[in-house]
Design a protein around this ligand. Structure first.
Ligand SMILES: Cc1cc2nc3c(=O)[nH]c(=O)nc-3n(C[C@H](O)[C@H](O)[C@H](O)COP(=O)(O)OP(=O)(O)OC[C@H]3O[C@@H](n4cnc5c(N)ncnc54)[C@H](O)[C@@H]3O)c2cc1C
Ligand code: SF4
Length: 320
């Protein structure tokens, strides 16, 4: 029996349907009812608003619209890039931001019901990936029960920029830090989020901050389009010359949840952004990595990805 997680509910909202319908065809998700929320496109849930205090992205805004929005591209490039580098143009036209953050792992053993062992799909059954082929799996936030990678890109941009979410429930509304949405697998990999059944994400709120303009998303994958990340880094920098006044870092493709690398941020804050300090930050980011038979390469790849992202962000020419 799963915990109180919206993704376990027999009633599922359907936005673009680009991942839910796939999982239903594979018999991995078996909702009894679907509630089509696409008519909410015409409410504030479909809007993108950029103002002095920050950015508000409606959960029904399409990935393509947010990726191509001029204010998002100028003032929050890490968000635009994380969306632009995800999936394909056709998928981005269909898929909504709320559905994107709730996509489920691409672990092949989770998506193929002919494998009996998958604690996430069938709690208590074991994990076929731990002793199986685990090249795409996580090295951060793993447990003895599950090592599945969180697959999305946009979530790394949100977590790096301290975003929060407005959530509508059957009886009330609440705000939740985006960083609290996804749960690490621990002893209960089947419980993936802190969204209760019936709750709907209404919007994402990204506060304005000195580091949002000098921000970028770097994604490394097996091929250059239409592919999930092997490693990615969302970085946002506030620089005084070469000195890091403040920095925000999140990692993708290497962790079980969107991963904020606070240890790496601490290494850099107040220091010169040179190669030695970037290397030290990259090492701190992966200090607690736990690797498996086929995915040890992700530590070095993740470190190089972060170092390159920091260097490219430092070199950005900011719009006036
Ligand atoms: C071939 C392929 C490649 C892909 N590559 C990438 C990639 O590189 N990077 C990446 O990030 N993604 C990638 N994706 C995933 C894609 O981005 C997602 O399928 C898409 O973002 C999901 O959005 P949707 O609106 O279609 O969600 P849906 O399929 O409609 O819904 C997904 C889940 O979210 C729930 N939900 C939807 N909206 C809400 C809401 N407002 N409140 C509460 N619950 C809600 C639904 O009930 C469901 O459980 C890829 C997908 C495919 C098929
Ligand atoms: S890594 Fe997680 S999702 Fe994949 S088989 Fe193991 S328990 Fe299932």
């Amino acid at each position: 029996m799963r915990g109180a997680d919206a993704l376990a509910s027999p009633v599922q909202y359907i936005a673009g349907g680009t991942t839910l319908v796939d999982l239903m065809k594979l018999d991995v998700m078996r909702p009894e009812k679907l509630i089509d929320i696409n008519a909410l496109d015409h409410t504030s849930l479909g809007q993108i608003e950029a103002g002095h205090n920050g950015l508000k992205l409606g959960a029904m805004a399409r990935m393509a619209d947010a990726a191509e929005h001029p204010m998002v591209k100028r003032d929050y490039p890490v968000i635009a890039q994380s969306l632009q580098l995800a999936a394909s143009q056709q998928l981005r036209n269909m898929a909504a931001l709320g559905g994107n953050v709730l996509q489920r792992t691409r672990c092949p053993y989770f998506r193929d019901t002919s494998y009996a062992e998958c604690n996430k799909r069938n709690p208590g059954s074991g994990c076929a990936a731990i002793d199986g082929y685990n090249r795409s799996h996580a090295v951060l936030g793993v447990s003895d029960r599950c090592i599945a990678t969180y697959p999305g890109d946009f979530a790394q941009a949100l977590i790096a920029l301290d975003a929060s979410m407005e959530i509508l429930g059957p009886n009330d509304r609440r705000t939740l830090e985006f960083a609290a949405l996804h749960r690490q697998p621990g002893d209960a990999p089947e419980v993936e989020t802190r969204l209760a059944p019936g709750e709907m994400i209404a919007s994402f709120l990204v506060p304005a901050a000195p580091w949002t303009r000098r921000s970028l998303y770097l994604k490394i994958r097996d091929r250059q389009s239409y592919e999930f990340a092997l490693a990615s880094a969302a970085v946002a920098l506030d620089l005084a010359g070469n000195i890091v006044r403040d920095v925000r870092i999140a990692l993708g493709g290497v962790a079980t949840v969107p991963w904020r690398a606070k240890a790496a941020e601490r290494v850099l804050r107040g220091k010169a952004l040179d190669e030695a300090n970037a290397q030290a930050a990259a090492e701190a980011a992966f200090a607690e990595a736990r690797t498996f038979k086929h995915n040890a390469f992700k530590v070095a790849l993740g470190q190089r990805t972060l170092m390159r992202a920091l260097s490219e962000a430092a070199a950005m020419e900011l719009p006036t």
